[in-house]
Design a protein around this ligand. Structure first.
Ligand code: AQP
Length: 332
């Protein structure tokens, strides 16, 4: 069976972008793939994390996976630091990837910002760890939002160079799975910036744990333009905020943007925002409530993560051992 790997960082503020761009797709892929879903805590510490909050956020992401509908018995949910193969394979990949490749990564440039000298070395080699995450399971497909496409291309380059350098056909060339009407959900305050966990404005994103009042308030305050909604998708191009809200509605109602516009063309934003609020509350409310219920029993979440890590380790460790043999590490 084809195998999926994907991950979400436990960096707090899990939001609608993470849900529509990634987690919801994870749920849909369960029927056709063997799925391994990881809470990537090693990635999270590439920027400062408070230890207590990191533990809470790790449980929160695991709870979100399950609340959204991932079956932890049929598939694997675990946190990355419990499986040593990720870090060990990442070291090998640090020695395969070229500096020139890493220098082209836009996420590093965005996250390091102007204070590049002060960014952690971990942030710089983040894509190598991501390649290790995927390739330790010989995953064939990786569902992600559009922002991760460049990192996946790097994972393919690393697999290809490793295979070429050692004259083997060992690591597969992984395919990204980027689908749905909301592969890049934008900030509710600025249609040119992606919705992000680290945006200082709470009003820029809808968190998965937001209650109905918070969702309503954030959508009401979402930035728009003064015109009524257009009739065609082409007209959305020059209107990023309208495009984003229509895209969110389309994703949540499982329709195309064109179908949503057919219903709301010519309508003022106030009416559309009310409909979007009702839809978002109906779709996200039950997930948020189930997350709260699961997080109220941290011992049970920890048990599920431990069990997932044991099963993940059983797949990843033999792959790591083979990679080490290929490299020439002596293990008498
Ligand atoms: N705005 C988004 N639209 C669609 N998909 C998104 N993803 C993230 N933001 C959006 C997808 O969610 C998955 C998990 O992301 P992550 O937590 O591992 O990392 P991230 O991309 O760094 O998340 P944020 O929210 O953007 O955090 P910060 O603020 O730290 O940069 C990935 O599949 C990602 O594509």
């Amino acid at each position: 069976m084809k195998r999926i790997f994907s991950g979400v960082q436990p960096t707090g503020n899990l939001h609608l972008g993470n849900y529509l761009g990634a987690i919801r797709n994870f749920v849909r892929l369960q029927e056709d793939y063997e799925c391994i879903y990881c809470v990537v805590d090693l990635h999270a510490i590439t920027v400062w994390q408070d230890p207590k909050e990191l533990r809470a956020s790790t449980r929160e992401v695991a709870a979100a996976f399950m609340a959204a509908g991932i079956d932890a018995r049929r598939h694997i949910i675990f946190n990355q630091s419990q499986v040593p193969a990720h870090a060990e394979l990442a070291w090998i990949f640090n020695c395969v990837a070229r500096l020139g490749w890493l220098n082209r990564m836009t996420q590093f440039k965005e996250k390091a910002g102007k204070d590049r000298e002060n960014a952690s070395a971990g942030l710089y080699v983040y894509p190598n760890l991501m390649a290790a995450d995927i390739l330790a399971y010989h995953a064939t497909h990786v569902p992600v939002g559009e922002d991760q496409k460049q990192h996946l291309e790097l994972a393919r380059d690393i697999a290809q160079k490793f295979n070429h350098d050692f004259g083997v056909e060992f690591f597969p060339l992984t395919e990204p799975l980027i689908f749905g009407e909301a592969t890049r959900v934008m900030s509710l305050r600025d249609g040119s910036k992606k919705m992000s966990k680290s945006d200082p404005s709470e009003f820029s994103r809808i968190n998965l744990t937001d209650d109905a009042d918070a969702i309503a308030q954030k959508i009401r305050r979402a930035k728009t333009d003064p015109h009524p909604l257009p009739h065609t998708v082409a007209e959305l191009e020059a209107r990023p905020e309208a495009d984003n809200l229509i895209g969110i509605h389309a994703a949540l109602s499982d329709r195309t943007r064109a179908a949503v516009l057919a219903e709301f063309a010519g309508a003022p934003f106030a009416r559309f925002k009310q409909a979007l609020t009702d839809l978002a509350v109906a779709k996200l409310g039950p997930i948020g409530q189930e997350m709260q219920r699961l997080m109220a029993d941290p011992a049970e979440v920890d048990r599920i993560l431990r069990d997932g890590a044991r099963r993940a380790n059983a797949i990843a460790e033999p792959v790591l051992r083979q990679a080490q043999d290929i490299v020439g590490f002596l293990r008498p």
